[in-house]
Write a protein that binds this ligand. Sequence first.
Ligand code: HEM
Length: 136
Amino acid sequence: MSFAGAAAIEGSLEIAGARGGDLTTAIYTRLFAEFPETEALFVMDRDGQVRGAMLAHVFETIFDFIGERRYAHRFIGAEIVTHDGYGVDSGAFAAFFGVVRDEVRSACGSAWTDAMEEAWQGLLSDFETYTARPVS
Ligand code: HEM
């Protein structure tokens, strides 16, 4: 299965990386502003390693989903269950992908295109089908 907007998503991530550098701090700042209740979950993560590892998994999941799609859908399903154990409900879990999109868009600035907007919108709605119900 291939994802129609794969090139636009990849392009946006490349530009965001080139313009914005490491987006980790910006993404978590946005997450904690929009979902203040999630900040306390990371109090033990003093050096930011867990946040960095989690975000790396999120990007890998996106790349797998728009590419070979070897595991992304199952991984999302499994992580929803794991995160439920951390006290993260599936709505907040799903919203994280939107937070990433918003920060990528902001880092791209004037280089953000309609094709990128459409591709990310498609990706987020596809993810919703996995986050809205348990994945077998
Ligand atoms: C608002 C959304 C989210 C919140 C609040 C959240 C919260 C957390 C927390 C608190 C941990 C650390 C657990 C611990 O070690 O005690 C964690 C780890 C992790 N999260 Fe999330 N998460 C969110 C979304 C996601 C998403 C969308 C993914 C992937 C698709 C993901 C993947 C992971 C992974 C793989 C780890 C383990 C990282 C490691 O230590 O290697 N999370 N998350």
